[in-house]
Design a protein around this ligand. Structure first.
Ligand SMILES: C[S@@+](CC[C@H](N)C(=O)[O-])C[C@H]1O[C@@H](n2cnc3c(N)ncnc32)[C@H](O)[C@@H]1O
Length: 192
């Protein structure tokens, strides 16, 4: 077995990838992570999905590709330029709501919402408002994070932050966590 992805990529992915390169966006999710996101998305038929940190929509394309027709995805980002790439290639998908908003404000206003799958790929839901976002998980819901292994663009002190996030997740009795030292470093937790 190798890490090679031999199943078809989402149709929009190549276009988004090209536009992402041209845009200079440097925080793109790793394609192996994206593949995992799609596989896990398919475990939640009729699911409610949340993505914090759309970027240009790379991970969004893979999550949508794993979702069934009765599922819905809210994806948020505070950078209009990045979101506009996601909107250009994924905006016709009726299951997707792309929101231009600050993560902190959105979480604060939507604390009552519940999700079956949360991909936390920005500050909020990871290093900020973690408890609030974990409270949004339904029983059996998945909480997924990436970039938990040292990355070239990490500022000083981020390594410690990442380690304390993992340690905190391990103390939560309502979560079952698996850490993968693979791709950019993945955490997958399920709400009990
Ligand atoms: C790691 S990138 C997301 C990558 C994306 N998931 C992908 O597949 O390429 C993090 C994103 O968080 C967004 N972001 C940063 N601060 C934010 C905030 N306060 N509220 C919402 N989004 C924020 C950035 O604009 C950036 O697109």
């Amino acid at each position: 077995m190798t890490e090679e992805i031999n199943q078809p990529y989402p149709t929009a992915y190549t276009h988004i990838e090209e536009a992402t390169r041209e845009s200079g966006f440097t925080m793109a999710s790793d394609v192996l992570t994206c593949s995992l996101l799609r596989t896990l998305a398919a475990t939640k038929p009729s699911g409610k999905f949340l993505e914090l940190g759309t970027g240009t929509g790379l991970s969004t394309a893979w999550i949508l590709d794993g979702m069934d027709e009765d599922s819905s995805l809210i994806s948020i980002d505070n950078e209009q330029d990045f979101l506009s790439i996601a909107r250009r290639f994924l905006g016709d998908d009726k299951r997707l709501e792309l929101l231009h908003t600050d993560g902190g404000e959105w979480v604060e206003k939507n604390r009552q919402q519940k999700f079956d799958y949360i991909f936390a790929d920005t500050w909020h839901g990871k290093y900020l408002q973690l408890d609030e976002v974990l409270a949004m998980l339904n029983k059996g819901g998945l909480y997924i994070i990436d970039d938990m292994l040292p990355q070239p663009n990490w500022p000083a002190g981020h390594h410690e932050k990442a380690n304390s996030l993992v340690s905190y997740l391990e103390t939560r009795e309502d979560l079952l966590l698996t850490k993968q030292v693979w791709a950019t470093g993945i955490g997958i937790a399920v709400k009990k």
